[in-house]
Design a protein around this ligand. Structure first.
Ligand SMILES: [Zn+2]
Length: 243
């Protein structure tokens, strides 16, 4: 018989065929919401109605707990870009995290202490943070290599970063001559995206100076648990350190 999967906050709860479970807020729902709310490429049943987590957040919460020291000793200085409220709440409340969050233009739903900061010009000294988490932001930034090198600069030599982007192609597609919202929507699928990343994303991170390991943590989760929590088993987690 197959072992009970080890995903935390899920393994103690038996999968039901008539509902879903969110490992971020630990609540059950009969159904998750579709996301994005209005788009041709909407994914059905993916957003937790309680904490608004998506597939990637439900994968990362147990990953952070089981594969990193984020939510355990020692105390770490953390930088969280474009803070998702469900994660911001967990990180800012943790006694193991000295928490800083930032966004180019802080939004109403973000914590009120969110700093206004450009990722290509981070207002912190070199070697300052132990942990950086940035999810689905680099595809919005014109000079993503500059942003990556800034992240590298402020990361301590012993630190680590999880830098996630949507990967939808084999080779990254970008075209700086496309400057209008409509043009970007047509070319990149969203008005505020400036490229579509491909599998060569890892090479960009490496070219900025990171050592990168792709963790396929989702593959340790059984198909039944993945469906119960609506996790994409095949999503890679880009775990970056300094060589
Ligand atoms: Zn939730």
């Amino acid at each position: 018989m197959e072992m009970v999967p080890s995903i935390p906050h899920v393994s103690a709860v038996q999968p039901k065929i008539d509902g879903f479970f969110c490992p971020v807020c630990k609540k059950e729902s009969r159904q998750f919401k579709p996301f994005p709310p209005k788009a041709s490429r909407q994914r059905p049943n993916v957003q937790c109605p309680h904490c608004l987590s998506l597939e990637r957040h439900r994968l990362l919460r147990p990953y952070f707990v089981h594969r990193t020291n984020l939510l355990s000793m020692p105390i770490k200085k953390m930088l969280h870009f474009a803070p998702e409220p469900s994660f911001a709440k967990i990180f800012s409340k943790s006694r193991f995290i000295d928490y800083t969050c930032a966004d180019l233009v802080p939004k109403k739903y973000m914590p009120k202490e969110t700093l206004c900061m450009d990722m290509t010009a981070i207002q912190f000294p070199d070697n300052y943070f132990d942990v950086i988490y940035c999810s689905h932001i680099l595809e919005h930034i014109d000079d993503d290599i500059k942003a990556m090198s800034e992240l590298l600069r402020v990361l301590k030599p012993t630190g680590w970063a999880v830098l996630q982007v949507p990967i939808l192609r084999k080779v990254t597609y970008e075209d700086p001559s496309i400057k209008t919202d409509e043009g970007r929507l047509k070319a990149f699928g969203q008005r505020d995206h400036v490229r579509i990343y491909g599998l060569d994303y890892i090479e960009r991170l490496r070219s900025a100076g990171f050592e990168v390991r792709i963790d396929y943590y989702g593959q340790e989760i059984s198909p039944e648990q993945a469906e119960y929590t609506r996790i994409d088993k095949n999503e890679g987690i880009y775990f970056c350190t300094i060589p």
